[in-house]
Each structure stands twice: as C-alpha cells, then as structure tokens.
Design a protein around this ligand. Structure first.
Ligand code: SF4
Length: 124
C-alpha cells in the first residue's frame, strides 16, 4: 500500500489522522509518515486497513464467499485454509490460500493476486 492509498482509505473510513493512529495502534507520527511517503506502510497495518474497510463495505451488501465465486471443487476446498477456517469472505486476510493452485510465500505476493480478484474487489 502506498501513501496515496493509505490516505484514500483513511478518508474512506472517515477518520482523522489522530483517530486513524488510535485505530491502528500506531503513533500519529507514523500515520503522517505513511501519508507523506517517508515511511512505508507495514504489512500488519495494511491488513488492518483492508479488514476495516471490508467490514464497512459489507454493511449494505451480502457476503461474497470465495469458494462459491471461484467455483472451487470439493477436493480443492479441502486443501485450502479459507475453507478450513470458514473465512470465505476474508480469504484475502489469511495466508496459505491456494487460489492460483499453490500458497503464495508472503502477504505481498498474495495481495498481488487478491487485488485483481473479484472477491477482494467486491469488498473495497
Ligand atoms: S485470490 Fe485472494 S481474494 Fe481471491 S479467492 Fe483467493 S484469497 Fe480470496
């Protein structure tokens, strides 16, 4: 997540910088640095932001469940942690899902896929 995206999502959450700092459990200085681009947004902060934005987005929408949207077979589902932990609308939040046939090695690699997936796009 870059600085412009961070600011975009803060505004989408309708938070001041101070409120955002409290919500993310980081300092106000950190929030200012993320927005100025002088500090990169850490993975755990990015995950929290997407989580919060996704919950807000569901206020007026039905949940989209990933294994239904992706039409996963029973065999495929049984290998996937999204199914194991029943997080079909939060599949992007956990690592180890096998949407492209194998688990991605880290969050950033995973999010390169999720950012272009209808399940994730639906929530933002
Ligand atoms: S690519 Fe990401 S958002 Fe799409 S189904 Fe897989 S984990 Fe979920």
């Amino acid at each position: 997540m870059d600085s412009q995206e961070f600011k975009y999502y803060r505004e989408k959450l309708n938070k001041t910088q101070k409120q955002m700092a409290e919500l993310l459990a980081v300092s106000l200085k950190a929030v200012c640095s993320y927005e100025q681009g002088s500090r990169s947004v850490p993975v755990h902060v990015e995950r929290q932001i997407f989580f919060l934005v996704s919950r807000l987005a569901l206020k007026n929408k039905r949940k989209k469940i990933c294994w239904d949207a992706m039409k996963c077979s029973k065999e495929f589902k049984q290998k996937c942690p999204a199914w194991e932990f029943q997080v079909g609308d939060l599949c992007w939040f956990i690592n180890g899902t096998i949407c492209k046939g194998e688990a991605q090695k880290n969050w950033r690699e995973k999010m390169k896929i999720c950012r272009h997936c209808e399940v994730f796009e639906y929530l933002l």
